[in-house]
Structures are given as C-alpha cells and as structure tokens.
Design a protein around this ligand. Structure first.
Ligand code: FES
Length: 334
C-alpha cells in the first residue's frame, strides 16, 4: 500500500476474519478496511481496530530506495500483541468550576487510542484540548459530568491519579510544576518505584537514567537540581520526556509538548518521544496547536478539536490541510 511518497506499507492480502482480499478494501487514515464486514487493520501493525476480526494480519518491514520498494520475506513479529492496550473515551463530558458557575468544556468526546498508535488532537486555543488530557489524567479541577474512560476495560474515572499512573497512563504537562526540595534523580526513582511496585535495581537504573539524559542532551548535573525549579522552558519539556522514557507508560498524553521549544529542542524532545514509543509500543495522544511537531512525531490519525468536541478526523494529510488553511472553516461551523 502506498499512501504517499514516504508512506509505504506491506500487509498480507487476506483478512484474518475470512477469506477476503483486503486489497479490495478502502484505506481510512492509516488503516485498511475489509469490505466484507468492515474490520479495519492498522497498516503498521496489522492489528484490527474494530470487530468482527480479532486477530492480527501479518505485516512486513518495508525499505524505500529511490522508487524501489524492498519488502522483507518474513512478517514482522508483533511486539505488542500480548499486551495490547486500549484507551477508550466515550461521550466524555466535562465541566470546570468558574466564578460564574460550572462551565461545560467537553461536550461528548469519542476517541480510541491503542498501543503503537499516535493520535494528534489539533485545534484552536481554548477548544478544550488540554481539558481532555487533564480529565483523563485525573486533574481534580475538571468535573466529569458524563461518558466513560476505560483502559483495557478498567474504569479510569473511578481511579485516583496515582492508580491511573500505575495502570499505565502518563501526562506530559504543558506547564510542569516546580517541586522545591525534591531532586530530579530522587523524583524519578520514587516515581519508578511507585509505578512498578518495587524499586529499580540501582546499577541498571543509574545506567538507564544516564543513557536517557544523554540521548536528550541533558547535562548530568541536571539530576541533582530540584524538579522544574529554575528550569528553562526547554529543560522542563526534556524533563517530561525523560520521565516518559524511564517510566514507560502504556499510553502517553502529551499536552502541547512542542510549545516554547526552538527547532533544535523540538527535534531532541520528539526523538525522545519516538524512542519511548518504539521501546514500549506506547500509544500516544499528542495535543498540539501547530503542525510543526508532526514533522518529527508522525501521527497515524489526526483529529480536529473545536468547541469541546472532535469535528473532523483523518490521516496525516488532515494536518497538511490544517497547515494550509488553518481552523477557520471548522470555527465557522461550530
Ligand atoms: S471477512 Fe474481513 S471482516 Fe469479515
């Protein structure tokens, strides 16, 4: 399947639900739809996203050299198959308390994020994108008035914030808070121990922290500074991604991780996110106002978010359209 110059995928032709040729189906975003009963298969992983198919279709690694496409003879093993995680948000409605009383922000959000998938939520400022991330993470300021959020079938909304973190959710904040008196190294090890239920082995942990900091181009002295105290905007975002790499969540919510970063920092931070995703088959919900970060973190799906709900969805091409035309068309319809 060739979706664009850079995007070529190889997937078995036969649906895992029946003897039906998938190449006769339609491509929707980064998925191939079986024309018989409508199951869709992720072109990267071969994993079905909706019934009736429940089994993965084999996919093959592809390499492009000029116009020539090379495909491996053996299928790619599915790293995440045994621990596929699904975050399901259904008809989520959320209010926030204001001086004028409760104000409805989210007005029925439906979204599913699976392991290995990257979903970009794009929208104008004030559309409720961050509210979505904070509500899923459990910020007490946001009151869920309707709908559901589940992680592998477990009711996320019934969990405390720390239970959500232990279940595999992670929020990279737009404005990370300062924690005076707590060093980065202390914070990271305490968080890792709390999430895993046991302290990491010191020798490997120190090595892992060093390697992750090195990859994020962070000075080693950073580990002994107090969390976010006096950090520059770029340092704060690197610290968020450092946590992401070390804590290894199943699903990461990235709230405007690109804001306030220059091009070099954006690249370093994005590479960190991509490493964390590759190492852990992590699912990503990437909230952003701008398309710039999507050059480094490629989305499988793009959702346009306006006035507290998703008003349009598509593949990466939707981000290109937003880059060219902005949000005006969607704002006019809201
Ligand atoms: S044959 Fe493909 S979904 Fe049933």
């Amino acid at each position: 399947m060739r979706l664009s110059d850079r995007e070529v995928y190889a997937i078995d032709d036969i649906c895992s639900h029946g003897a039906v040729s998938l190449s006769e189906g339609d491509v929707v975003g980064c998925e191939l739809e079986c024309w018989m009963h409508g199951s869709r298969f992720n072109l990267r992983t071969g994993v079905p996203s909706c019934p009736p198919a429940t089994t993965r279709v084999p996919v093959y690694a592809v390499r492009l050299v000029g116009d020539t496409v090379y495909v491996t003879a053996t299928p790619t093993p599915c790293r995440g198959a045994s621990r596929m995680t699904v975050l399901e948000i259904r008809d989520l409605q959320v209010s926030v308390a204001t001086e004028e009383g409760a104000k409805e922000i989210l007005r029925g959000v439906d979204l599913t994020v699976r392991s290995g998938e990257t979903h970009a939520i794009m929208g104008p400022n004030g559309s409720g994108k961050s509210t979505l991330a904070y509500s899923v993470a459990g910020h007490p300021k946001y009151l869920v008035t309707g709908g559901s959020v589940t992680l592998d079938g477990q009711d996320v909304l019934a969990m405390s914030v720390d239970e959500r973190a232990r279940a595999g959710l992670f929020l990279a904040m737009q404005y990370p808070v300062e924690v005076p008196g707590v060093t980065v190294s202390n914070f990271l090890r305490t968080a890792k121990s709390a999430i895993d239920g046991q302290a990491p082995k010191l020798r490997t942990w120190v090595k892992d922290v060093r390697a992750a900091m090195d990859a994020l181009k962070m000075d080693p002295t950073f580990a002994e500074r107090n969390v976010n105290e006096g950090f520059s905007g770029g340092e704060k975002k690197r610290h968020e991604v450092l946590q992401l790499e070390l804590l290894r969540p199943k699903i990461a919510l990235l709230d405007e991780t690109d804001s306030g970063l220059d091009v070099d920092a954006l690249r370093v931070v994005s590479e960190g996110v991509n490493r964390a995703k590759a190492a852990n088959d992590m699912g990503i919900l990437l909230i952003t106002h701008y398309t710039r970060i999507l050059r480094y973190i490629e989305p499988d799906y793009v959702h346009v978010f306006v006035d507290g709900r998703i008003v349009q969805q598509g593949g990466p091409e939707l981000a290109d359209e937003l880059e060219a035309n902005g949000y005006d068309r969607y704002l006019a319809q809201a």
